[in-house]
Design a protein around this ligand. Structure first.
Ligand SMILES: Cc1cc2nc3c(=O)[nH]c(=O)nc-3n(C[C@H](O)[C@H](O)[C@H](O)COP(=O)(O)O)c2cc1C
Ligand code: SF4
Length: 413
Protein backbone atom coordinates (compact mmCIF):
# COMPACT_ATOMS: atom_id res chain seq x y z
CA UNK A 1 0.00 0.00 0.00
CA UNK A 2 1.29 3.47 -0.87
CA UNK A 3 2.13 5.53 2.19
CA UNK A 4 0.42 8.93 2.33
CA UNK A 5 2.63 11.85 1.34
CA UNK A 6 3.62 13.94 4.40
CA UNK A 7 1.62 16.87 2.96
CA UNK A 8 -1.56 14.82 3.33
CA UNK A 9 -1.07 13.49 6.83
CA UNK A 10 -3.31 15.31 9.31
CA UNK A 11 -1.81 17.40 12.10
CA UNK A 12 -2.98 18.62 15.48
CA UNK A 13 -2.89 22.35 16.14
CA UNK A 14 -3.70 22.83 19.81
CA UNK A 15 -6.82 20.73 20.37
CA UNK A 16 -7.90 20.98 16.71
CA UNK A 17 -7.14 18.79 13.73
CA UNK A 18 -6.03 20.05 10.35
CA UNK A 19 -6.85 17.44 7.71
CA UNK A 20 -3.68 18.06 5.76
CA UNK A 21 -0.51 20.13 5.98
CA UNK A 22 -1.24 22.74 3.35
CA UNK A 23 -2.38 26.15 4.57
CA UNK A 24 -3.68 29.00 2.46
CA UNK A 25 -1.66 32.00 3.55
CA UNK A 26 -3.37 35.28 4.41
CA UNK A 27 -3.96 37.22 1.17
CA UNK A 28 -5.64 40.58 1.51
CA UNK A 29 -7.65 41.37 -1.57
CA UNK A 30 -9.09 44.78 -0.73
CA UNK A 31 -12.66 43.97 -1.74
CA UNK A 32 -14.72 44.62 1.40
CA UNK A 33 -17.60 47.12 1.43
CA UNK A 34 -17.48 50.59 3.01
CA UNK A 35 -18.21 49.16 6.47
CA UNK A 36 -15.42 46.58 6.18
CA UNK A 37 -17.79 43.64 5.60
CA UNK A 38 -17.28 40.87 3.02
CA UNK A 39 -18.80 41.53 -0.42
CA UNK A 40 -19.84 39.04 -3.09
CA UNK A 41 -16.23 39.16 -4.39
CA UNK A 42 -14.95 38.17 -0.96
CA UNK A 43 -17.50 35.34 -0.75
CA UNK A 44 -16.51 34.07 -4.18
CA UNK A 45 -12.82 33.91 -3.28
CA UNK A 46 -13.33 32.10 -0.01
CA UNK A 47 -16.01 29.69 -1.29
CA UNK A 48 -13.38 28.51 -3.74
CA UNK A 49 -10.76 28.38 -0.99
CA UNK A 50 -12.99 26.16 1.14
CA UNK A 51 -13.74 23.91 -1.83
CA UNK A 52 -9.97 23.40 -2.12
CA UNK A 53 -9.89 21.61 1.26
CA UNK A 54 -6.69 23.11 2.68
CA UNK A 55 -5.91 22.04 6.23
CA UNK A 56 -5.92 25.66 7.39
CA UNK A 57 -7.26 28.77 5.72
CA UNK A 58 -5.95 32.09 6.99
CA UNK A 59 -8.51 34.81 6.46
CA UNK A 60 -6.61 37.83 5.14
CA UNK A 61 -5.42 40.73 7.31
CA UNK A 62 -8.51 42.17 8.92
CA UNK A 63 -8.08 45.55 10.59
CA UNK A 64 -8.90 45.72 14.31
CA UNK A 65 -10.15 49.30 13.79
CA UNK A 66 -11.09 51.41 10.79
CA UNK A 67 -9.01 54.41 11.91
CA UNK A 68 -5.61 53.13 10.73
CA UNK A 69 -5.83 50.91 7.68
CA UNK A 70 -3.45 50.03 4.89
CA UNK A 71 -6.19 49.21 2.38
CA UNK A 72 -9.11 51.27 1.24
CA UNK A 73 -11.49 48.30 1.15
CA UNK A 74 -10.04 46.23 3.96
CA UNK A 75 -12.11 43.86 6.09
CA UNK A 76 -12.66 45.16 9.62
CA UNK A 77 -13.09 43.12 12.79
CA UNK A 78 -15.00 45.40 15.16
CA UNK A 79 -18.23 44.45 17.00
CA UNK A 80 -20.17 46.24 14.24
CA UNK A 81 -18.85 43.65 11.77
CA UNK A 82 -19.70 40.61 13.86
CA UNK A 83 -23.03 39.77 12.24
CA UNK A 84 -21.58 39.96 8.71
CA UNK A 85 -18.58 37.87 9.76
CA UNK A 86 -20.81 35.28 11.41
CA UNK A 87 -22.90 34.93 8.23
CA UNK A 88 -19.73 34.69 6.17
CA UNK A 89 -18.14 31.98 8.31
CA UNK A 90 -21.39 30.00 8.50
CA UNK A 91 -21.55 30.01 4.70
CA UNK A 92 -17.92 28.91 4.35
CA UNK A 93 -18.33 26.07 6.84
CA UNK A 94 -21.37 24.98 4.82
CA UNK A 95 -19.19 24.78 1.72
CA UNK A 96 -16.70 22.60 3.63
CA UNK A 97 -16.46 22.20 7.38
CA UNK A 98 -13.03 20.53 7.37
CA UNK A 99 -10.56 23.44 6.94
CA UNK A 100 -9.68 25.33 10.11
CA UNK A 101 -10.28 29.06 9.70
CA UNK A 102 -7.87 31.42 11.44
CA UNK A 103 -8.46 35.15 11.09
CA UNK A 104 -5.41 37.38 10.80
CA UNK A 105 -5.77 40.46 13.02
CA UNK A 106 -3.78 43.56 12.19
CA UNK A 107 -3.25 47.27 12.65
CA UNK A 108 -1.30 49.03 9.91
CA UNK A 109 0.54 51.57 12.13
CA UNK A 110 3.10 53.37 9.96
CA UNK A 111 1.72 51.57 6.89
CA UNK A 112 -1.74 53.14 7.30
CA UNK A 113 -2.56 55.02 4.14
CA UNK A 114 -2.77 58.74 4.99
CA UNK A 115 -5.11 59.29 2.02
CA UNK A 116 -7.95 57.71 4.01
CA UNK A 117 -6.70 56.86 7.49
CA UNK A 118 -4.46 57.97 10.33
CA UNK A 119 -0.81 56.99 10.01
CA UNK A 120 0.77 56.33 13.40
CA UNK A 121 4.16 54.98 14.44
CA UNK A 122 6.24 53.76 17.35
CA UNK A 123 9.27 55.71 16.07
CA UNK A 124 9.35 57.44 12.66
CA UNK A 125 11.05 55.26 10.07
CA UNK A 126 12.71 57.20 7.20
CA UNK A 127 10.25 57.50 4.33
CA UNK A 128 7.22 56.48 6.41
CA UNK A 129 6.71 58.39 9.70
CA UNK A 130 3.27 59.21 11.15
CA UNK A 131 1.93 60.49 14.48
CA UNK A 132 3.98 59.17 17.38
CA UNK A 133 1.82 56.79 19.44
CA UNK A 134 1.38 57.52 23.15
CA UNK A 135 1.34 54.74 25.74
CA UNK A 136 -2.37 55.39 26.31
CA UNK A 137 -3.09 54.95 22.60
CA UNK A 138 -1.14 51.69 22.55
CA UNK A 139 -3.24 50.37 25.45
CA UNK A 140 -6.36 51.21 23.44
CA UNK A 141 -5.00 49.41 20.38
CA UNK A 142 -4.24 46.32 22.50
CA UNK A 143 -7.89 46.48 23.62
CA UNK A 144 -8.98 46.54 19.96
CA UNK A 145 -6.92 43.44 19.17
CA UNK A 146 -8.51 41.60 22.08
CA UNK A 147 -11.97 42.74 21.07
CA UNK A 148 -11.38 41.63 17.47
CA UNK A 149 -10.25 38.23 18.73
CA UNK A 150 -13.53 38.00 20.67
CA UNK A 151 -15.46 38.99 17.54
CA UNK A 152 -13.62 36.26 15.58
CA UNK A 153 -14.37 33.74 18.33
CA UNK A 154 -18.03 34.68 18.60
CA UNK A 155 -18.40 34.70 14.80
CA UNK A 156 -17.30 31.06 14.63
CA UNK A 157 -13.65 31.27 13.57
CA UNK A 158 -11.39 28.47 14.83
CA UNK A 159 -8.66 30.86 15.86
CA UNK A 160 -6.71 34.03 15.21
CA UNK A 161 -3.32 34.97 13.85
CA UNK A 162 -2.12 38.03 15.77
CA UNK A 163 -0.10 39.58 12.96
CA UNK A 164 3.50 40.28 13.97
CA UNK A 165 5.09 40.41 10.53
CA UNK A 166 5.62 42.35 7.31
CA UNK A 167 6.17 45.76 8.89
CA UNK A 168 2.63 46.23 10.24
CA UNK A 169 2.19 47.60 13.77
CA UNK A 170 2.74 44.26 15.55
CA UNK A 171 6.22 44.00 14.05
CA UNK A 172 7.04 47.72 14.37
CA UNK A 173 7.18 47.31 18.17
CA UNK A 174 9.47 44.28 17.99
CA UNK A 175 12.22 45.82 15.88
CA UNK A 176 15.55 46.81 17.42
CA UNK A 177 14.88 50.09 15.57
CA UNK A 178 12.23 50.80 18.25
CA UNK A 179 14.83 52.10 20.72
CA UNK A 180 12.53 54.91 21.88
CA UNK A 181 12.52 55.27 25.68
CA UNK A 182 8.98 54.26 26.61
CA UNK A 183 7.00 51.34 27.98
CA UNK A 184 6.99 49.67 24.53
CA UNK A 185 10.55 50.38 23.33
CA UNK A 186 14.21 49.88 24.12
CA UNK A 187 15.04 46.57 25.86
CA UNK A 188 13.54 43.37 24.38
CA UNK A 189 11.05 42.90 27.23
CA UNK A 190 9.58 46.34 26.43
CA UNK A 191 9.47 45.72 22.67
CA UNK A 192 7.76 42.35 23.18
CA UNK A 193 5.23 43.80 25.63
CA UNK A 194 2.62 44.71 22.97
CA UNK A 195 2.48 41.15 21.57
CA UNK A 196 2.62 39.48 24.98
CA UNK A 197 -0.15 41.64 26.47
CA UNK A 198 -2.44 40.80 23.56
CA UNK A 199 -1.81 37.06 24.07
CA UNK A 200 -2.27 37.24 27.84
CA UNK A 201 -5.52 39.15 27.55
CA UNK A 202 -6.90 36.84 24.85
CA UNK A 203 -6.11 33.81 27.03
CA UNK A 204 -7.75 35.43 30.07
CA UNK A 205 -10.75 37.04 28.45
CA UNK A 206 -11.74 34.44 25.85
CA UNK A 207 -10.65 31.49 27.95
CA UNK A 208 -11.60 28.84 25.39
CA UNK A 209 -8.96 26.10 25.07
CA UNK A 210 -10.30 25.16 21.63
CA UNK A 211 -9.81 28.66 20.25
CA UNK A 212 -6.38 28.65 18.60
CA UNK A 213 -4.02 31.61 18.85
CA UNK A 214 -0.77 31.99 16.93
CA UNK A 215 1.19 34.50 14.88
CA UNK A 216 2.81 35.09 11.56
CA UNK A 217 6.26 36.51 12.20
CA UNK A 218 9.02 37.97 10.02
CA UNK A 219 12.21 36.30 11.19
CA UNK A 220 14.37 38.88 9.43
CA UNK A 221 13.04 42.03 7.82
CA UNK A 222 16.21 42.64 5.84
CA UNK A 223 16.90 46.32 6.51
CA UNK A 224 18.87 48.15 9.24
CA UNK A 225 17.13 47.87 12.60
CA UNK A 226 14.39 45.58 11.27
CA UNK A 227 13.14 42.51 13.12
CA UNK A 228 15.85 39.85 13.34
CA UNK A 229 18.77 42.27 13.10
CA UNK A 230 21.59 42.70 15.58
CA UNK A 231 20.71 46.29 16.48
CA UNK A 232 18.99 49.56 15.60
CA UNK A 233 21.57 50.56 12.98
CA UNK A 234 22.54 47.29 11.31
CA UNK A 235 20.97 44.89 8.83
CA UNK A 236 23.19 42.04 10.10
CA UNK A 237 21.01 39.05 10.91
CA UNK A 238 20.59 37.89 14.51
CA UNK A 239 17.72 35.51 15.17
CA UNK A 240 18.04 35.62 18.97
CA UNK A 241 15.02 37.88 19.47
CA UNK A 242 12.67 36.29 16.91
CA UNK A 243 13.36 32.89 18.49
CA UNK A 244 12.86 34.37 21.95
CA UNK A 245 9.53 35.64 20.62
CA UNK A 246 8.52 32.13 19.54
CA UNK A 247 9.09 30.89 23.10
CA UNK A 248 7.38 33.87 24.69
CA UNK A 249 4.27 33.39 22.52
CA UNK A 250 4.17 29.67 23.34
CA UNK A 251 4.36 30.43 27.06
CA UNK A 252 1.31 32.64 26.61
CA UNK A 253 -0.76 30.06 24.78
CA UNK A 254 0.49 30.31 21.17
CA UNK A 255 -0.19 27.10 19.22
CA UNK A 256 1.29 27.89 15.80
CA UNK A 257 3.93 30.06 14.20
CA UNK A 258 3.49 31.03 10.57
CA UNK A 259 7.01 31.78 9.42
CA UNK A 260 7.68 34.69 7.10
CA UNK A 261 10.35 37.27 6.36
CA UNK A 262 10.70 40.78 5.04
CA UNK A 263 8.49 43.81 5.06
CA UNK A 264 6.77 44.22 1.68
CA UNK A 265 6.78 48.02 1.80
CA UNK A 266 10.60 47.85 2.02
CA UNK A 267 11.87 44.36 1.09
CA UNK A 268 9.07 42.87 -1.05
CA UNK A 269 11.18 40.20 -2.76
CA UNK A 270 12.26 38.87 0.64
CA UNK A 271 8.63 38.32 1.66
CA UNK A 272 7.54 36.87 -1.66
CA UNK A 273 10.54 35.57 -3.60
CA UNK A 274 10.85 36.98 -7.08
CA UNK A 275 10.59 34.66 -10.07
CA UNK A 276 13.81 35.98 -11.65
CA UNK A 277 15.86 35.73 -8.44
CA UNK A 278 13.93 33.09 -6.50
CA UNK A 279 16.69 32.10 -4.06
CA UNK A 280 15.27 33.88 -0.99
CA UNK A 281 12.88 30.91 -0.81
CA UNK A 282 15.80 28.87 0.55
CA UNK A 283 16.33 31.47 3.26
CA UNK A 284 12.71 30.99 4.31
CA UNK A 285 13.42 27.27 4.79
CA UNK A 286 16.40 28.15 6.95
CA UNK A 287 14.10 30.30 9.11
CA UNK A 288 11.51 27.50 9.32
CA UNK A 289 14.13 25.12 10.59
CA UNK A 290 15.34 27.63 13.19
CA UNK A 291 11.78 28.16 14.44
CA UNK A 292 11.07 24.44 14.52
CA UNK A 293 14.22 23.85 16.57
CA UNK A 294 13.34 26.60 19.07
CA UNK A 295 9.63 25.74 19.33
CA UNK A 296 7.99 23.06 21.46
CA UNK A 297 7.30 19.82 19.55
CA UNK A 298 3.55 20.42 19.76
CA UNK A 299 3.73 23.91 18.19
CA UNK A 300 2.76 23.81 14.52
CA UNK A 301 5.43 25.56 12.45
CA UNK A 302 4.06 26.63 9.10
CA UNK A 303 6.52 27.67 6.41
CA UNK A 304 5.93 30.39 3.81
CA UNK A 305 7.27 31.27 0.36
CA UNK A 306 6.69 28.02 -1.53
CA UNK A 307 4.84 29.49 -4.54
CA UNK A 308 7.99 30.29 -6.50
CA UNK A 309 8.91 26.56 -6.73
CA UNK A 310 5.77 25.82 -8.78
CA UNK A 311 5.80 22.46 -10.54
CA UNK A 312 9.57 22.57 -10.96
CA UNK A 313 9.39 24.99 -13.90
CA UNK A 314 11.25 27.84 -12.23
CA UNK A 315 14.54 29.70 -12.36
CA UNK A 316 16.40 27.92 -9.57
CA UNK A 317 19.83 26.79 -10.78
CA UNK A 318 21.95 23.74 -10.02
CA UNK A 319 18.94 21.56 -9.29
CA UNK A 320 17.33 18.45 -10.69
CA UNK A 321 14.00 19.70 -12.00
CA UNK A 322 11.97 16.95 -10.30
CA UNK A 323 13.58 17.90 -6.98
CA UNK A 324 12.71 21.56 -7.12
CA UNK A 325 8.93 21.77 -6.99
CA UNK A 326 6.51 22.99 -4.34
CA UNK A 327 5.33 19.44 -3.74
CA UNK A 328 8.87 18.05 -3.51
CA UNK A 329 10.02 20.65 -0.95
CA UNK A 330 6.77 20.55 0.99
CA UNK A 331 7.01 16.80 1.48
CA UNK A 332 10.73 16.82 2.09
CA UNK A 333 10.72 19.68 4.58
CA UNK A 334 7.93 18.10 6.61
CA UNK A 335 9.68 14.73 6.52
CA UNK A 336 13.02 16.30 7.55
CA UNK A 337 11.51 18.35 10.39
CA UNK A 338 12.20 21.70 8.72
CA UNK A 339 8.54 22.66 9.22
CA UNK A 340 5.24 20.94 10.07
CA UNK A 341 3.10 22.49 7.33
CA UNK A 342 3.55 24.71 4.29
CA UNK A 343 1.53 27.79 3.40
CA UNK A 344 0.83 28.96 -0.12
CA UNK A 345 0.36 32.67 -0.78
CA UNK A 346 0.29 33.74 -4.44
CA UNK A 347 -0.32 30.12 -5.45
CA UNK A 348 -3.57 30.23 -3.48
CA UNK A 349 -4.78 33.13 -5.63
CA UNK A 350 -3.77 31.35 -8.82
CA UNK A 351 -5.52 28.14 -7.74
CA UNK A 352 -6.96 27.65 -4.27
CA UNK A 353 -8.12 24.17 -5.29
CA UNK A 354 -4.50 22.98 -5.19
CA UNK A 355 -4.81 20.78 -2.07
CA UNK A 356 -7.88 18.95 -3.42
CA UNK A 357 -6.36 18.58 -6.89
CA UNK A 358 -3.10 17.21 -5.49
CA UNK A 359 -4.83 14.78 -3.19
CA UNK A 360 -7.02 13.42 -5.96
CA UNK A 361 -4.05 12.97 -8.31
CA UNK A 362 -5.00 15.87 -10.58
CA UNK A 363 -1.69 17.68 -10.33
CA UNK A 364 -1.70 18.28 -14.08
CA UNK A 365 -4.89 20.37 -13.68
CA UNK A 366 -3.31 22.87 -11.26
CA UNK A 367 -2.96 26.46 -12.44
CA UNK A 368 0.60 27.05 -11.33
CA UNK A 369 1.25 30.59 -10.17
CA UNK A 370 3.76 32.22 -12.52
CA UNK A 371 4.94 34.53 -9.68
CA UNK A 372 4.51 37.42 -12.11
CA UNK A 373 3.43 39.59 -9.13
CA UNK A 374 0.62 41.26 -11.06
CA UNK A 375 -1.68 40.59 -8.11
CA UNK A 376 0.42 42.74 -5.80
CA UNK A 377 0.10 45.55 -8.36
CA UNK A 378 -3.65 45.66 -7.64
CA UNK A 379 -2.89 45.98 -3.93
CA UNK A 380 -0.32 48.74 -4.49
CA UNK A 381 -2.92 50.61 -6.54
CA UNK A 382 -5.65 50.12 -3.87
CA UNK A 383 -7.79 48.05 -6.26
CA UNK A 384 -9.60 44.75 -5.60
CA UNK A 385 -7.08 41.95 -5.99
CA UNK A 386 -7.26 38.78 -8.06
CA UNK A 387 -5.05 36.63 -10.22
CA UNK A 388 -4.40 38.50 -13.47
CA UNK A 389 -3.05 35.36 -15.13
CA UNK A 390 -5.87 32.85 -14.62
CA UNK A 391 -8.91 35.00 -13.90
CA UNK A 392 -10.08 36.90 -16.99
CA UNK A 393 -11.92 39.55 -15.03
CA UNK A 394 -8.65 40.58 -13.35
CA UNK A 395 -6.62 40.27 -16.57
CA UNK A 396 -8.93 42.82 -18.15
CA UNK A 397 -9.01 44.99 -15.02
CA UNK A 398 -5.21 45.21 -14.96
CA UNK A 399 -5.04 46.16 -18.65
CA UNK A 400 -7.57 48.91 -18.05
CA UNK A 401 -5.75 50.26 -14.96
CA UNK A 402 -2.43 50.33 -16.80
CA UNK A 403 -4.06 52.02 -19.79
CA UNK A 404 -5.47 54.75 -17.55
CA UNK A 405 -2.67 55.17 -15.02
CA UNK A 406 0.45 53.91 -16.81
CA UNK A 407 2.93 51.33 -15.57
CA UNK A 408 4.03 51.13 -11.95
CA UNK A 409 7.31 52.90 -11.35
CA UNK A 410 8.03 51.33 -7.94
CA UNK A 411 7.12 47.84 -6.78
CA UNK A 412 6.42 47.80 -3.06
CA UNK A 413 3.24 47.95 -0.99
C1 LIG B 1 -1.91 40.20 -3.07
C2 LIG B 1 -1.22 39.80 -1.80
C3 LIG B 1 -1.86 39.98 -0.59
C4 LIG B 1 -1.24 39.58 0.60
N1 LIG B 1 -1.91 39.75 1.77
C5 LIG B 1 -1.33 39.34 2.94
C6 LIG B 1 -2.05 39.44 4.17
O1 LIG B 1 -3.22 39.83 4.24
N2 LIG B 1 -1.40 39.04 5.29
C7 LIG B 1 -0.12 38.52 5.27
O2 LIG B 1 0.41 38.17 6.31
N3 LIG B 1 0.54 38.39 4.10
C8 LIG B 1 -0.04 38.77 2.95
N4 LIG B 1 0.62 38.56 1.77
C9 LIG B 1 1.87 37.77 1.77
C10 LIG B 1 1.55 36.29 1.58
O3 LIG B 1 0.67 35.81 2.56
C11 LIG B 1 2.83 35.43 1.63
O4 LIG B 1 3.46 35.58 2.89
C12 LIG B 1 3.83 35.80 0.54
O5 LIG B 1 3.15 36.04 -0.69
C13 LIG B 1 4.86 34.68 0.34
O6 LIG B 1 4.23 33.48 -0.02
P1 LIG B 1 4.18 32.95 -1.56
O7 LIG B 1 5.60 32.93 -2.04
O8 LIG B 1 3.54 31.62 -1.44
O9 LIG B 1 3.38 33.95 -2.34
C14 LIG B 1 0.04 38.98 0.58
C15 LIG B 1 0.68 38.79 -0.66
C16 LIG B 1 0.07 39.19 -1.84
C17 LIG B 1 0.76 38.95 -3.13
S1 SF4 C 1 -1.18 37.38 -10.71
FE1 SF4 C 1 0.73 36.23 -11.10
S2 SF4 C 1 1.71 36.15 -9.06
FE2 SF4 C 1 -0.40 36.72 -8.70
S3 SF4 C 1 -1.45 34.80 -8.32
FE3 SF4 C 1 -1.67 35.19 -10.50
S4 SF4 C 1 0.02 34.11 -11.48
FE4 SF4 C 1 0.49 34.28 -9.29
Amino acid sequence: MNEKQPLFKGIKIGSRNAVNRIALNAMECNDADKEGNPTERTYKRYRRAFEGNAGVIFLEAISVIDESRGRLNQLIGSRANQKALTDFIREMKKVNDKPLLFIQLTHAGELSDPDFSRRVCVKPLPGLGGDLLTEGEVEEIIGHFVLSAKVAHDAGADGVDVKLCHGYLGSQFLRPYNDRKWKYGGPWENRARFAYEIYERIAREINDPDFIVGSKISLWEGFPGGMGTAGAGTPVMDLTEPLELVKGLEERGGKFILQSAGSPSITLALTQPDRDIPDYAYLHMTFQKAVNKAARPETAVIGSAYSVFRNGKNKFLAVNRDECSLVYWGNKNIRDGVCDMIAIGRQSLADSLLPAKLESGKENEINWCTTCDNCIEFLIRQQPVGCATYDREYTEALKEIRRKEGRLTEKHT
